[in-house]
Write a protein that binds this ligand. Sequence first.
Ligand code: UDP
Ligand code: MG
Length: 319
Amino acid sequence: MSNASQASVLVSIVVPCLDEEEVFPLLQSALLSVAKRMEPAVAVEFVLVDDGSQDATWSLICAFARVDARVRGVSLSRNFGQQMAITCGYDVARGDAVVSMDADLQDPPELVPQLVEVWQTGADVVYAVRSRRRGEGLFKRASAAFFYRLLRWIGASTIREASGDFRLLSRRALDALGELREQHRFVRGMVGWVGFKSAEIEYERAPSAAGRSKYPLTKMLRLATDAMVSFSVFPLRLTFVFAGILALFVLGYVVNAALQWFVLGVEPVRGWMSLLVSVMAFGALNLFCIGIMGEYVGRIYEQVKGRPLYVVRARTPEP
Ligand code: UDP
Ligand code: MG
């Protein structure tokens, strides 16, 4: 079925799948029709990564692979998270260009040919940027906007705003990315870090075709922390900011007390309440700063263990 012999380029489409049995038939037909549109000029392979699904996702991937030689399925030994599943897909992909997208068709597969076209004009990274987020709640949109602003503000400026994980990477960009084996991965930030010439196309993000979001608030916060801590040391410097502000307060207090004492001749106000409050405030700030440091130290610890990023449980047979 593959047209690889006639085509001059191979494009891999990488899809991480966690419990996507409901949407899988739709995904499968969308992938087939998008491949049909591009072949035979462009050969296509489908890299489907099962991220420890509890439902029938893996058997659906296997069934798809049995009837279509372009499918290459990998199943991870447990849930490693979307960023690791994408990383696995990137490692497995053999294409000259690799597109990653969500399984739930929120990233419309119809756009893949457009991404490929832009790549063929010379861009190494092509982002599909969301112009609107239909079907996503106000909270998700507002928190995403706030998050990207915060990232920019703390200096993580290589992260393209409003780009999810729907993008195309050229082989050389992908190989460069493959060199980055950090344990805490915020792949879209790493793509920015790698550099290369980038371009973008806009699209409207559709509501999820089926199934619920696999990103509960806790998982989203984890990803946000990973993004901040991996791409900025600003949180560590907050300690200096706090120290500066507190020093100003202390200075103000001392000057004020001295003035009262020497100019007005009154004894400065004393009392155990103010003492208690300042001790507690300093204590809380100290703990907060230690907590931030802990985030970084913990990451160093996880990194030096040098564990593999994910563990593969099974693969579909290679033709
Ligand atoms: N996903 C995954 N592992 C996870 C969470 C999500 O592989 O731990 C996949 C999921 O199957 C989907 C994509 O990542 O293909 C995006 O997930 P989702 O649609 O839930 O994210 P959202 O649309 O809420 O950002
Ligand atoms: Mg989704």
